[in-house]
Write a protein that binds this ligand. Structure first.
Ligand SMILES: *[C@@H]1O[C@H](CO)[C@@H](O)[C@H](O)[C@H]1NC(C)=O
Ligand SMILES: *[C@@H]1O[C@H](CO)[C@@H](O)[C@H](O)[C@H]1NC(C)=O
Ligand SMILES: *[C@@H]1O[C@H](CO)[C@@H](O)[C@H](O)[C@H]1NC(C)=O
Ligand SMILES: *[C@@H]1O[C@H](CO)[C@@H](O)[C@H](O)[C@H]1NC(C)=O
Ligand SMILES: *[C@@H]1O[C@H](CO)[C@@H](O)[C@H](O)[C@H]1NC(C)=O
Length: 483
């Protein structure tokens, strides 16, 4: 009888470990407030009709940007470009570190062309879906590259680029982060040609100057800057023949020899999948292109990440030491959990000045309240969430092939520290320190951070099977429990 009781207790202990080491990670924190935002509307459905301007956060979770947060920068039958407002518009204190970064998302319908333009911003693109060609023109060169899912392109400010979706069935989807030059968080687009809603930059010059500069008669200038109605937008339909021509001399990034000196050319695309995933098992894969490896990303100090998870799997709790991730969901839905010691509730009620210019910044008392807010959100395709540096974070996939991509700001010299799983930081605490730190006995201390044998990604369903597993031998139970 006594033995059976002991076994029962042991089993309970083991089960509770199985429950607590992975999912209920926040149990170790002081939990003050739980943010359980109303369930997001499922998937797609343009408009959605739930009102609310794009400035309004759709949830009371400041780290989560739903579809309505995006502003349509351009939209036509040929495609769209959407942009998130400046992050500091949402919260000037939480997002001060990314005040100068803007997130955009673009989709081009099959067989379309986006006219040449440049920005007063540096940018990094990630192709999410589809196939196309990106062209660069400068006064010395013209170069075109084939791009496809997983390709990363660093586009320098001021370089004129154009895009073609060369596929006849699949839209070309691109996520992009822009780092403006002229003013924090603001940039503009400059077009040599005019279109329905956009003027040509040539219209900023007088006719005398233009006529003399181009050495053409003034009557021809109308074509360039003309005021008569221009029906076509910046995205235009193209024929198969035109696509053939536009594609003809394009290079494929993957065909490039890795040792080719040219590869370091700042706008040479590369695939995020050329390197092995950093974490990979049956539950998920995580690819990351770091500026240490890809010189194209060095000066902006931005990394690009791609996670693909199976349903019910968990991206184990971890934090990034210096990097803030702007993450975008490309497929499916997931629960996103983060521990934040920062308070932000009051801030959302007052209409905050989005950005306190240098010198007039509000000096805030950083209180160390010792409190942790539990940030919980369901994030779905087309939505963005922010994972600031130092914030412990986990993600639970609720769809088959959940895919999230991320741009990591301040990427070099940042480390990722896991709080669970095989290589977790806390398993390196020695026994005494663990007991003292968590106030647990020897036996629990031994198991607390060593029971999860997966790394990176782990299943969540395993715990349900745990008690039903074929009865382990007494020997192994005692071994496990340290009897
Ligand atoms: C990135 O680093 C710069 C310079 O060290 C700092 O001013 C900025 O706040 C950092 N941004 C983030 C998001 O950590
Ligand atoms: C378009 O993409 C689909 C799916 O990747 C592919 O089967 C098809 O051949 C592509 N068509 C063209 C014209 O590239
Ligand atoms: C995610 O992984 C699955 C399984 O390997 C694969 O079929 C799917 O294409 C991947 N999705 C993306 C967007 O990478
Ligand atoms: C990263 O660390 C190295 C060595 O400490 C330093 O030289 C370099 O400037 C750092 N890079 C960034 C972007 O902070
Ligand atoms: C983790 O442990 C489970 C059972 O406890 C075992 O089935 C599995 O193979 C282990 N996985 C690894 C990666 O060691």
């Amino acid at each position: 009888m006594a033995t059976i009781n002991k076994i029962t207790i042991t089993l309970l202990l083991l089960i509770s470990i199985a429950f607590s080491h992975c999912l209920a990670f926040h149990d170790f924190h002081v939990e003050v407030q739980a943010f359980e935002p109303p369930q997001q509307e499922e998937q797609e459905g343009p408009g959605g009709g739930s009102g609310g301007g794009w400035e309004e956060p759709e949830t009371n979770n400041p780290y989560h940007f739903g579809k309505l947060s995006f502003k349509n920068w351009f939209q036509s039958k040929e495609g769209f470009v959407k942009m998130l407002p400046r992050f500091t518009k949402r919260s000037s204190t939480l997002f001060r570190g990314i005040v100068n970064h803007r997130f955009l998302f673009m989709e081009m319908e099959p067989n379309t062309f986006l006219v040449p333009h440049h920005l007063d911003a540096d940018s990094v693109f990630l192709v999410l879906q589809g196939r196309g060609v990106i062209g660069f023109v400068t006064d010395k060169t013209k170069e075109t590259f084939r791009i496809t899912k997983g390709d990363v392109v660093r586009v320098p400010s001021g370089v004129t680029r154009f895009f073609t979706n060369t596929n006849d069935t699949v839209p070309l989807r691109i996520a992009k982060i822009a780092v403006p030059d002229n003013s924090p968080g603001h940039f503009q687009v400059y077009f040599p040609s005019r279109s329905q809603f956009h003027q040509s930059y040539f219209s900023g010059f007088t006719r005398d100057v233009l006529s003399a500069s181009l050495n053409i008669p003034e009557e021809l200038l109308g074509k360039l800057t003309g005021s008569q109605q221009m029906r076509q937008g910046i995205m235009r339909r193209v024929t198969r023949d035109q696509i053939k021509e536009l594609t003809e001399h394009a290079t494929s990034p993957s065909n490039k020899d890795k040792d080719d000196k040219d590869i370091s050319r700042v706008w040479n695309p590369f695939s995020i999948f050329t390197q092995d995933p950093i974490y990979s098992n049956d539950f998920g894969r995580f690819h990351e292109a770091n500026p240490k490896r890809f010189s194209q990303l060095q000066d902006l100090d931005i990394s690009v990440a791609w996670a693909n998870m199976t349903q019910g799997s968990l991206f184990l709790p971890h934090f990034n030491s210096k990097t803030t991730f702007v993450a975008f969901v490309e497929n499916g839905c997931a629960r996103f959990e983060m521990a934040s010691p920062y308070t932000f509730q009051g801030e959302q009620q007052q209409q905050q000045e989005p950005w306190f210019g240098p010198g007039q910044e509000e000096e805030e008392e950083e209180e160390m309240s010792g409190r942790v807010q539990k940030i919980v959100s369901r994030v779905c395709k087309g939505e963005v969430f922010i994972i600031p540096a130092g914030h412990p974070f986990a993600m639970l996939s609720q769809s088959q092939n959940f895919v999230a991509v991320g741009f990591g700001i301040n990427a070099s010299n940042s480390t990722r520290t896991f709080l669970a799983g095989q290589d977790n930081m806390l398993s390196n605490l020695d026994m005494v320190a663990t007991r003292l730190t968590f106030g647990v006995g020897e036996k629990l201390a031994e198991k607390l951070f060593t029971s999860q044998n997966c790394s990176g990604f782990a299943p969540t369903v395993r715990r349900h099977q745990f008690p039903e597993e074929p009865k382990p031998s007494f020997q192994s139970i005692f071994n496990l429990a340290g009897f």
